[in-house]
Every structure is written in structure tokens, then in C-alpha cells.
Design a protein around this ligand. Structure first.
Ligand SMILES: Cc1cc2nc3c(=O)[nH]c(=O)nc-3n(C[C@H](O)[C@H](O)[C@H](O)COP(=O)(O)OP(=O)(O)OC[C@H]3O[C@@H](n4cnc5c(N)ncnc54)[C@H](O)[C@@H]3O)c2cc1C
Length: 373
């Protein structure tokens, strides 16, 4: 239907994205993946005229991984840049990052990000934009009737394969799908039936990337919550790549994976090398001692400095980055009207307070005002 009218076509492309529902009436729901336990807030800034950008990990971005969260800066055109704070959805305290006062306190507290957002360097050009919870999901071409493909309808892009933006893969997976669909059509495939061979190709070439992200992101969230590297099963790809900082033999074979010229299974041969790094060198690394050598970054967005230790290992527990402490300070009630700096009234009984900040500790002596609202 177009503007309420009917339009006949040989082929209908559904490119409605990660949240698109355009084809829901005829297309089976996603069977793989879902919310990954991460969410982000985002704010855009602009450099003052003539001022140089802050630290960069590569021509695109700067990223740092801290204990319990991640921060990424994407540099755009004309001095504009985006600051992303990626957090576990389970950490209720970090939801407050959507408040400007909390976001700014976090920026000031995070090394590297403080340089980017220094008022002497840049000014905010938007408010804080809360992003939705992030997803990794795969949805094939199968129809609601269970048949392999809906004749004449092909879904592409994020409507097939959605991955979290932490590796910046969405445009590449979308491009690869479009290119393959065009190849099929150019080689004479019937537009009504092209969904079937396209679906088979997507299962072989797109699904592995989604599964790779599901593994990486769920394990990262688990480690954010205090878990250690689990060497009893295949390591997630980001940890394999991080181990290249200690084991140079991982570096070279990881390049095709990083460039998406080879599927995640291309890391399987070097996975035992990475596992050996975490098994044998883990304790030394866990004490926060730097690795001996550095040859590659686990994430193309990461800074070399952060990647000198395998990412996500225990050593990161000491890498608080200051954000939690900065937010905690925001709750210090230093005003007579008993409002914290986020404007919350403090009410009810101390035992009801789930935030357990030092402000709450002080308020435990006052039975009238104790719970953040
Ligand atoms: C915060 C964030 C950062 C990202 N960073 C990167 C990155 O650095 N590199 C990278 O490669 N990828 C990145 N991605 C992923 C990338 O944005 C997506 O993979 C890509 O946009 C997918 O393209 P698409 O055309 O499939 O869907 P989209 O770009 O989402 O486009 C779908 C469009 O369809 C519209 N639509 C939906 N339903 C209907 C309807 N019924 N009628 C009409 N229109 C409809 C939507 O409004 C939307 O405009 C990022 C994603 C996020 C969320």
C-alpha cells in the first residue's frame, strides 16, 4: 500500500531496520537473539573553531573500556562528534546518565573523555539523548506460515541482521546483503523466488555475525557484573583479539575477521592461543601489570593503551574510570531542602533506599528523609 493505494511490483524490499514492523503481517518473528543487556546514552558536541580533536584510537573513533561500562567518541564532520556511554541495563544507577548534570559529571570523571568534552575544547550542541536498549537479532525470510520465503518479498539490512554498534558492523552487513541480492537478481533469479536463495546465503554469511555479537556482548555484560574470563568454553571473539596484546601470533590471522573478509569462525584456529594467555598469564595480568607486547586491538575502535591488557579480564575491575564515583557524589545532599543535585526529593525510610550512597548513610540518622524518588 502506498499513500492508501495499491502498487503492484515484482519485488518488494523490506528495509525497515531494526525496529521495523512493515512486514510483520507476513514475516515470522525473529528466532535468534534479542536485547543484549546493554543500553547507551549519547550527546553531540562541536569543537571550538581551530581547536584540535581529543585523543583518537583510529581515524574514526576513540574508545575506552572500564569496569562496568564502555565509552566511545565518534568524530563526525566539521568538528562535530558524538559521545556514547554504553552501560549494562542492570545497573540502575547509570540510568541517571540521561540527566545532563550526571552526563557531564561522568564526562569530567572519565580519563580521555574529560579531554574531549573540556569546555575549553568543545561545546554540547544537543541535550543528552537516551538510546534504547541494544539488540543483537537475526530474522530470516521465513513467512508466518512457516514456509521458507514470502514470494516477492525480501527483507534486507538490520531487518535481517542487527548487531550492537560496538564494532560498527551494521553498514557492512547491510551492504553485503544488498550486493548479494543484486548478484542473485543479475544472474537471472526470479524476483518472486529470490528470497529462498537469499535466505540460505544469509544463514551462512549473516547469522554467524549476529551469533558472534550475542556471544561477545552477553559475556561482556557478565564481566561488567563481576564475572571473570571463562576459559572453560570458547572465548568470545573480542577476548581472542585482546589476547593478541600478549600473544603476537593472534594478530595476523585476526585481520580478515576485523575487516569482515572472513567469518568469526576464522578465529577458531587461534582461540587456543588466546585461551593459553588467559590461563597462564591471567594472574599476572589480573594484578594490573601491563602485558609484555602489544600488536593489535581487540576492537577496531579501541585505544592501544587500553588493549595492552586483555579486555574484560579481572584487571578491569580496578579500572573504574571514575564514573560511578562521580555519580555517587551527585547524590551528596548538601542543601537544606534535602534535594540531591539531580533534583530528587528524599523521602521515606532509610531501609528503603537502594542507592546506598554516602548521602544515604548520612540520612540514616534522619528518619524523615531517606529514599530517592
Ligand atoms: C547508536 C548506533 C550507532 C551505530 N554506529 C554504526 C557504525 O559506526 N557503523 C556501522 O556500520 N553501523 C552502525 N550502526 C548500525 C547502522 O546504523 C545500521 O546497521 C544501519 O543503519 C542499517 O540500515 P537499514 O537500512 O537496514 O536500517 P535503518 O538505517 O534503520 O533504516 C530503516 C528506515 O526505515 C524506516 N521505516 C521503518 N518502518 C517503516 C515503515 N513502515 N514505513 C516507512 N519507513 C519505515 C525507519 O524509520 C528508518 O528510517 C549503528 C547503530 C546505532 C543504533
Amino acid at each position: 500500500m502506498v499513500d492508501g493505494g495499491r502498487l503492484d511490483a515484482d519485488l518488494v524490499i523490506d528495509a525497515s531496520g531494526r525496529a521495523g514492523r512493515a512486514a510483520d503481517a507476513v514475516r515470522a518473528r525473529s528466532g535468534v537473539g534479542g536485547l543484549c543487556g546493554m543500553a547507551y546514552v549519547d550527546r553531540q558536541y562541536r569543537l571550538h573553531d581551530g581547536v584540535e580533536p581529543g585523543p583518537m584510537a583510529n581515524p574514526l573513533a576513540w574508545q575506552a573500556d572500564f569496569d562496568g561500562y564502555q565509552t566511545i567518541v565518534f568524530l563526525h564532520e566539521r568538528g562535530h562528534f558524538s559521545v556514547l556511554l554504553v552501560r549494562p541495563t542492570a545497573d540502575a544507577t547509570l540510568k541517571d546518565l540521561r540527566h545532563e548534570v550526571a552526563f557531564e559529571a561522568a564526562c569530567r570523571a572519565i580519563p580521555g573523555l574529560a579531554e574531549w568534552t573540556d569546555p575549553a575544547r568543545a561545546r554540547p550542541v544537543t541535550g543528552v539523548l537516551p538510546g534504547g536498549p541494544l539488540r543483537n537479532a537475526y530474522r530470516g525470510q521465513r513467512g508466518v506460515d512457516g514456509r521458507l520465503a514470502v514470494p516477492g518479498l525480501v527483507s534486507v539490512g538490520d531487518a535481517v541482521a542487527t548487531t550492537t554498534p560496538t564494532f560498527g558492523r551494521g553498514l557492512a552487513t547491510t551492504f553485503l546483503q544488498c550486493r548479494h541480492l543484486l548478484d542473485l537478481l543479475d544472474s537471472g533469479a526470479n524476483p518472486h523466488l529470490v528470497g529462498e536463495p537469499f535466505d540460505i546465503w544469509c544463514q551462512a554469511h549473516m547469522l554467524p555475525w549476529v551469533l558472534d555479537h550475542i556471544h561477545m556482548d552477553s559475556d561482556l555484560v557478565r564481566r561488567w557484573q563481576g564475572g571473570d574470563v571463562d576459559v572453560s568454553q570458547r572465548l568470545p571473539s573480542d577476548l581472542i583479539l585482546s589476547a593478541a596484546a600478549v600473544e603476537p601470533r593472534i594478530g595476523e590471522p585476526s585481520q580478515p575477521y576485523l575487516a569482515m573478509r572472513a567469518l568469526p569462525s576464522s578465529l577458531d584456529p587461534v582461540e587456543p592461543l588466546a585461551r593459553a594467555v588467559y590461563e597462564s598469564g591471567g594472574r599476572r595480568i589480573a594484578r594490573g601489570q601491563p602485558a609484555k607486547s602489544s600488536s593489535t586491538s581487540s576492537n577496531p575502535l579501541s585505544t592501544g593503551r587500553e588493549e595492552r591488557r586483555p579486555r574484560g579480564h579481572r584487571s578491569h575491575r580496578s579500572r573504574k574510570g571514575g564514573m560511578h564515583e562521580a555519580l555517587r557524589r551527585l547524590y551528596l545532599l548538601d542543601r537544606p531542602d534535602q534535594r540531591c543535585r539531580l533534583g530528587r526529593m528524599v523521602i521515606a525510610h532509610p531501609r528503603a533506599c537502594r542507592r546506598r550512597t554516602s548521602a544515604c548513610q548520612r540520612l540514616r540518622r534522619n528518619p524523615r528523609v531517606t529514599r530517592h524518588r
